[in-house]
Design a protein around this ligand. Structure first.
Ligand code: KMH
Ligand code: ZN
Length: 274
């Protein structure tokens, strides 16, 4: 296999309101349809946040379980549940999402200012979450919002051992107000500090989407896109679907001579099912 690009789609997030963004997939039917469209557009991993019947973020266990099941029945994508949830979610609820049986989950490597809020990820929570992924055989993706999170990732691996699947894959989440900026020099600094052998994707929030995507492709990284991170396709042009963001990422990956990975290739790459 030649060099390929892992494309992850994050279609919903916990921050945007359906009233402000009517195209945001919030019902199970909308999420499944978005997932199918994004898979057709060559996303291999879906990063999932669930909404309730009033379109508010929720970690309600039956709803999260039903979502995992519906995505499994309707797509072949790697299902990665968010353990970040919303900034108001309790640690207990965030840990419980693992019981829904996803292939993978996000695991943020430290606390970070998050706009006017704080996204809390203290060390005892991180280690408990990490140990549960190891017990439940779920592949963690290490979310890095700041350069200090890279140092904490080293500590986590040193003290708690290797992740399920045996492969360290990270996601640089750049351009969050309060986290690392979304630009090429910060991306390179973060990548240079990663553990040896780790692979990584990157996403840039808001207007940093395109600079981060170009920098990631140039530096040999993988891509995350989606309406969790980006609501503007181009100046004055709102995003109309998650699939168009995936299509653009797939086209750029091809242009960079690293075509998108299939979901099956992504499972082997990440160690899902190992
Ligand atoms: N919604 C943010 C507070 C994750 O999914 O793991 C956290 C977040 C990260 O989106
Ligand atoms: Zn998320």
């Amino acid at each position: 296999m030649g060099a390929t690009t892992l494309i992850t789609v994050a279609p919903t997030g916990a921050e945007s309101a359906k009233a402000d963004v009517p195209q945001l997939p919030v019902t199970l039917d909308e999420l499944v349809q978005a997932a199918k469209d994004c898979e057709a557009a060559e996303a291999a991993v879906i990063h999932v946040h669930v909404r309730d019947e009033r379109a508010r973020p929720t970690l309600d266990p039956p709803r999260v379980r039903d979502t995992v099941q519906a995505l499994r029945e309707n797509t072949g994508m790697v299902i990665q549940l968010s353990t970040g949830g919303a900034v108001t979610d309790s640690y207990e609820d965030r840990l419980r999402v693992l019981e829904a049986g996803p292939d993978a989950c996000s695991l943020t490597c430290g606390t970070v200012n998050f706009g006017d809020d704080v996204f809390m990820n203290p060390w005892p929570f991180m280690t408990e979450l990490y140990q549960r992924t190891q017990e439940l055989r779920i592949v963690p993706e290490f979310e890095l919002f700041d350069l200090g999170h890279v140092a904490t990732l080293h500590r986590l691996l040193d003290e708690c051992g290797e992740p399920h699947g045996g492969h360290v894959h990270c996601d640089l989440v750049m351009g969050v107000p309060g986290g690392m900026p979304g630009d090429a020099r910060t991306l390179v600094a973060a990548v240079e500090a990663l553990p040896a052998g780790a692979t990584w994707s990157a996403t840039g929030i808001g207007r940093t989407t395109l600079p981060v995507m170009f920098a990631a492709l140039s530096a040999g990284g993988h891509l995350r896109v989606g309406m969790e991170d980006t609501l503007t396709y181009a100046k004055g042009r709102p995003v109309t679907s998650n699939a168009i963001l995936v299509e653009r990422a797939a086209a750029l990956a091809r242009f960079a001579q690293r075509p998108p990975m299939t979901a099956e290739q992504a499972r082997a790459f990440l160690g899902v099912g190992a």
